[in-house]
Design a protein around this ligand. Structure first.
Ligand code: PGA
Length: 259
């Protein structure tokens, strides 16, 4: 099995040069002992700077960077946008697409997600593909149906092999940016259903793909989530912005896996 425990931190519209320096200098003291990988997604503006700071602290083997978003085009008259080609140019390895914030606040829909997925693949950048249902869909017991529909969006257009070097993040929209109480057993069931669905197409991809969980991840629930066999890591938003809190979280995970 190729799955690696992965902690992804999404800063959303937060951060500063000060935070980046503080964050990296603190994490650099401990990250080399960790037996898992860390991916940070700061605002696009800071990717290059953060990369420089990570190198300065000799952490580039331990911390990777992700974009929070990209444009559907690689170049041209698209004022204000950033392309996958530019990310590749500065050495960024991951990009989040389909995040609930983009769906809710920027009308990102299935056809936009397809274009972004395709352009990332063409540049060799690993998509972190967010999928998940709304609260209404959740209440109507539609979670699995919706997740599969969003996965089918990719399979029907690019085939199952497109999921090689792709990360899936199950992020129920109702659990993001809120203080939601998460039931790890329920989340495990969803992850298992996603994995089983992929298995119908390709056993190897199903076994090897990282399926992350995101939405209200905290110090309190992270271990119970990660103990589940089909939860391969988390995508943490707010709880990763406070450095001492995030380091506590990383240490809890590290202590558990070192035992
Ligand atoms: P949250 O965000 O941890 O703050 O709920 C998660 C996310 O947006 O991916």
């Amino acid at each position: 099995m190729m799955r690696n425990l992965l902690i992804i931190s999404n800063w959303k519209l937060n951060g500063s040069k000060y935070l980046i320096k503080n964050f990296v200098s603190n994490i650099s003291l401990i990250v080399k002992n960790y037996n898992f990988s860390i991916v940070i997604a700061p605002p696009l503006l800071y990717l290059d700077y953060m990369q420089y700071i990570i190198q300065l602290y000799n952490c580039d083997n331990y911390i990777s960077l992700s974009a929070q978003n990209i444009d559907t085009n690689n170049y041209g008259s698209f004022t204000g946008e950033i392309s996958a080609k530019m990310l590749k140019d500065i050495g960024i390895k991951y990009a989040i697409i389909g995040h609930a914030d983009r769906k809710v606040f920027h009308n990102e829909n299935s056809s936009t997600i397809l274009k972004k997925f395709a352009i990332l693949k063409s540049e060799g950048i690993t998509p972190i593909l967010c999928i998940g249902e709304t609260k209404t869909e959740y209440q109507a017991n539609q979670t699995i149906v919706i997740c599969i529909k969003q996965i089918d969006n990719i399979i029907n257009n690019f085939g199952i092999l497109a999921f090689k070097n792709t990360i899936i993040a199950y992020e129920p929209i109702w659990a993001i940016n809120k203080k939601t109480v998460i039931n790890p057993i329920y989340i495990q069931d969803v992850h298992k259903a996603i994995r089983n669905y992929l298995m119908k197409y390709n056993d190897e991809i199903s076994k090897n793909i990282n399926i992350q969980y995101g939405g209200s991840v905290s110090n309190e629930n992270i271990l119970n989530l990660l103990k589940q066999p089909d939860i391969d890591g988390v995508l943490v938003g707010r709880a990763s912005l406070n450095i001492s809190n995030f380091i506590k979280m990383l240490n809890v995970v590290n202590n558990f896996y070192s035992c």
